[in-house]
Design a protein around this ligand. Structure first.
Ligand code: MG
Length: 300
């Protein structure tokens, strides 16, 4: 487990590796997304900290989505999540009460899988994943095997695809660093988040491991998801015809949602009460990072 201050400080040490962006001189303030509707025609919504916390829907979020739809707004979910298959993640949102269609959900797993065939062809990937991951949404050409079921893959895999930290322990990071130092191979991070807000606190996510390995080995480490342009391109492709300054990225983090949204040339809304900054005064974090959203709202 890790706290907000340490996660934020780690994000700040990584700024050179994150996209560059410009930010508004000041933010507008509201209670929830309904206060922002005059400014936007479409919302790109982060999931953890905006729609849900772990496996629980954020109070009022389901109703707010219905209200935004009724007001004619277009909605896209853009989540750094790689533990669920496409059908699995959609089933999760429906279980929580949301009505998103398959075409409205883009995950960092989707973005990583879409890019996998463009990487070295014929590579045998070791998938670092949640137990029972089916890979039925992976590209047909990709050869994926569960790292936990085939321990020999640390020596023999052609590359590593990091989907989930659910079964990952600190000594595993050290073992992978040793293996990649001896024999550098590509490492694909399919969830660039450092931490994720769960019901009980913040968990370490694949981005944290990926940056550590990038600093300590010569292996090629590739990140797919927010704040990188690969994720925003996939989401914006679903919003053809909406002008960029009428699209808001809604998220709970400064370094993935707000920084990434600004770098992609769209507007940004920070939700403060449920995610990384829950229980904190967000202003010192904005002042020290200079990552300033267009809007700050308490809740979804
Ligand atoms: Mg989030």
């Amino acid at each position: 487990m890790i706290d907000t201050q340490r996660a934020f400080a780690r994000y700040e040490t990584l700024r050179a590796a994150l996209p560059a962006a410009t930010f508004p001189a000041a933010s507008k303030y509201g209670q929830d997304l309904s206060d922002t509707v005059d400014d936007f025609d479409a919302y790109i919504l982060d999931a953890f900290g905006v729609l849900n916390r772990g496996e629980t829907a954020i109070a009022g979020a389901v109703k707010r989505m219905a209200g935004l739809r009724a007001a004619g707004k277009r909605l896209i979910v853009l989540t750094n999540a790689a533990s669920y298959t496409r059908t699995g993640i959609l089933a999760k949102y429906h279980r929580l009460g949301f009505d998103f269609g398959a075409e409205e959900v883009v995950s960092s797993r989707d973005v990583a899988f879409a890019n996998l065939p463009k990487l070295e062809k014929g590579l045998h990937w070791a998938a670092i994943c949640a137990e029972g991951d089916s890979f039925n949404d992976a590209p047909a050409s990709a050869s994926l095997r569960d790292f936990a079921e085939f321990p020999g893959l640390i020596e023999h895999a052609g590359g590593f695809l990091f989907l989930s930290t659910a079964r990952w322990k600190d000594p595993d990071t050290e073992a992978l660093i040793t293996a990649l130092a001896a024999n550098p191979r590509p490492l694909v991070i399919a969830n660039p988040d450092l931490v994720a807000p769960r019901e009980f606190g913040l968990t370490i996510e694949p981005g944290m491991i990926g940056h550590r390995i990038a600093e300590r080995t010569n292996a090629e480490v590739m990140f797919f998801g927010k704040p990188y342009v690969n994720a925003f391109s996939a989401a914006l492709a679903r919003l053809n015809g909406v002008s960029r300054n009428r699209i808001a990225m809604v998220g709970d983090t400064l370094h993935t949602d707000v920084l990434g949204g600004a770098a992609a040339g769209i507007r940004t809304i920070l939700v403060t009460d449920h995610g990384l900054f829950a229980g904190q005064d967000v202003m010192p974090f904005i002042s020290s990072s200079k990552i300033r959203p267009d809007w700050i709202v308490a809740t979804t």
